[in-house]
Write a protein that binds this ligand. Sequence first.
Ligand code: SER
Length: 601
Amino acid sequence: MDSYTIRKKFLDFFIKHRHTIVPSSSLLSEDSTVLFTTAGMQQFKDYYLGKISPYGKRVVSVQKCFRTSDIEDVGDEQHLTFLEMLGNFSFNDYFKERAIEFARELLNSEFQIPNSKLWITVFKGEKEISEDKESREIWQRLGIPKEKIYGFGKEENFWGPTGDEGPCGPTTEIHYELRDKPCEKGKNCIPNCGCGRFIELWNIVFNEYYHDRKNNLTLLKKKGVDTGMGLERLAMVIQKKPSIFETDLFTPLIKEIEKNTSKSYDQNKRAYRIIADHINGSVFLAGEGVLPSNVAEGYVLRRVLRKAIRFGKSLNLPKHSLVSLAKIVIELYQDIYPELQSKQTDILTIVQNEEEKFGKALEKGMKEFKKLSEKGYITGEEAFRLYETHSVLVDEELTEEYGIEFRNKEGFEQAIKKHQEISRAGVEKKFGGVGISKYEVRIKKSEEEIKKITKLHTATHLFHQALREVLGKHVKQMGSNITEERLRFDFSHPQKMTLEEIKKVEDLVNQKIKEDLTVEKKEMKYDEAIKSGALAFFKEKYPEVVTVYSIGDPSNPSDKYFSREICGGPHAEETSELGNFKINKEESCGAGVRRIKAILE
Ligand code: SER
């Protein structure tokens, strides 16, 4: 049974049981406290809290997920960064009995996985939360002997919330037995043993509690069910493969790597798997408009992409191999995720740029690394210098490969974190508002000059929005610098703008200037600002209450603003003050980033 059929059977089963299909949400999380979507329930969080689901009380989905917590584990039989999560959800509809019955029935009858291969874990109770006896009884009634049902505490059998707050609750997990022989632990070799005998297949969460920001647990008024089963693991079980990388979701990638290296898969499984998983993850992140950078999502993309490049080098893969692999990923998934097809050029450009740019630095960096390794260890300080000068990220993977010790790894990790904060702060400083007030004090600009800067600032907002309308929503502000003469704006976009695009952007800005729109300033809670459509950057750094500038026509009853951004100001009051907008220069400013200089005449 191929993965396409598995997805379909899963969805069909739940449709038959009156569930509505909801498409996967974006990989980039809406929740400002987490970067990525890591679970199917994330897009449904509110429906567990009483908000009425527009899809009804029963839904089913195949959700794209990205789990940074598993990056270091990739290379074994069962871990991935990017994965597809099959899930069925109930919002104040069925609960434990039906959820468990559904799972058992689907596995037994649609996927021919017999009960004899299934082992179960349930919540054994911890602190104020009592034991889940009910699930245990239901499983026994459904034919799982009690010797194969084990209780675990919060660490293993309690899920959520995602981010700082949200629904959560005890879980029951279905583990599949890959080998019938226990490890040397004998009778104590049970699910979660870690020896590889079992694979965790399906997690069924009973959302009964609300976890607030202060770590208080309260009972939810309405109960819900949230389940998640990794498609790749299910495929591994159904296709009877020794790892997820031997399923049809990965074999085309493994074969392509094999074609290009003399090193076999069997001898180099870890490298093959890391490359395959990380190119998969990179394609999906790039497909969401993420660009490699030193902060937030961009850092994660850069990290996985570079790790794939590094392992590609260790297998002596020829230049541009990652681009060919990225093409295969797009082909494999484009029918299910059509955005990969429409973003193909952007994705491939990003991969190619990073391969070229990092490839060179890597050669130098690895030479340096080998030299440093000769003494048998590397220190955190040395590793950080390598990162700063050659962008080589030393991790346990690398030190293990070279059989050396990583001394003061914590110091290194802290330094990296600090480095990211500085990069982030650097970019923030460039955001007009703060920059201008410092400017004013330090250089004592004349009133006339401040006026000019203020107008250019408002023009920057119009320009940013115009770019997004003409080029697409992947355009994100990467930096901005305003003097009294000109604005300079850096933004994410994978290729040079055409003359036609430049003209269109210019025209749109000038049209909005002529429309004499009002610039409205409002203080709002950060979350509300985002909900209302305001653009924001480096989200985790904003204070709770932010200033939002909207440029639009207040007499228009539909509140149709043209631009809305979180910003410190200051701004012009009306766009008609600005004059004529003109783009003077368009150039590259790093991989996937363009720089524009423009003036007001
Ligand atoms: N939210 C749970 C998980 O991701 C079940 O979907 O494991």
